[in-house]
Design a protein around this ligand. Structure first.
Ligand code: CO
Length: 272
């Protein structure tokens, strides 16, 4: 059974340089760091509560990850979900005729892993992982949410339920933004399906230009956003003043993707 987001993977030019941000500035602890020769990558996992961020640095030029970096630059590469049996999930997905990259599980940084083809998931590359016994665990909240932009909201809901068992259980239609946010809970985090509700909205334009994809962003809940923003500004980062977010009763500020090795870090405070 799939029970939570395991990690988001981002491709970077240099894991060492990226660690200067994720480990030293954000203060995340490294839980795994090794070179996987047959895949031509150095992978580093950093814990964020019950979730992790995976840095992928190509160690050769002839791999999919290296080509991804060359064409797309540093950005989010995949979203990985935790399951107690990647074998059982693959059998189930094969039975549904889902397009898979891996027909059989293989060894990866996060344990036994397999990838679903992004064609099957509205442009999102999804990894499934069954970590080994003794792997990093935490029961603390990690990500607040991730976001996926979709062109066909109803079709995307059906796909996400079929592939990974997530269901839209809440909807937010922010005033004047011409979009709907469908909230799917996975562990303590939410995967948001974001669709345009009017053809001339900025979101409709963004989806027309970029296609359906995962936003290269994670949102992390903070208790006092003013304190957090001041803290990161003191470390030399540029953050906008906190402002009302798209979610009700929220204030957000974001460390831009340019400053965060391609993965924007949205800080979000809820006044509840
Ligand atoms: Co991964």
């Amino acid at each position: 059974m799939i029970d939570r987001i395991h990690h988001v993977g981002i491709v970077v030019h240099s894991a060492d340089t990226a660690l200067g941000f994720f480990r030293d500035t954000l203060g995340l602890a490294v839980t795994e760091d090794r070179v996987i020769d047959e895949q031509g990558v150095r992978g580093v996992l950093l814990g964020v509560g019950e979730n992790e961020i995976e840095l992928l640095e190509p160690t050769r030029d002839d791999t999919g990850v290296a080509r991804f970096l060359a064409t797309r630059g540093q950005t989010m590469h995949h979203i990985c979900f935790n399951t107690d049996s990647v074998d059982a999930e693959l059998t189930r997905l094969k039975g549904l005729g889902v397009d898979l990259i891996d027909q059989e599980p293989r060894d990866g940084l996060a344990g036994r892993i397999a990838f679903i083809h992004p064609k099957a998931a509205h442009g999102v590359l999804i990894e499934l992982a069954t970590p080994p016994a003794g792997a990093h665990t935490s029961h603390a909240k990690g990500f607040d949410h991730l976001a996926v932009t979709v062109a066909d909201y109803a079709a995307a809901q059906a796909t996400w339920e079929r592939l990974v068992g997530l269901k839209v259980t809440g909807e937010v239609r922010p005033e004047g933004r011409g979009m709907v946010i469908g909230q799917m809970h996975s562990g303590q985090a939410v995967v948001e399906l974001i669709a345009a509700t009017s053809p001339d909205s900025p979101m409709a334009q963004r989806i027309a230009e970029q296609g359906e994809r995962a936003s290269s962003m994670v949102a992390i809940e903070v208790k006092d956003i003013d304190v957090e923003v001041a803290k990161y500004r003191a470390k030399g980062l540029t953050l906008p003043d906190p402002a009302s977010g798209a979610l009700p009763n929220s204030r957000t500020s974001t460390i831009s993707a340019e400053q965060a090795f391609g993965l924007a870090i949205q800080l979000i405070q809820f006044d509840r």
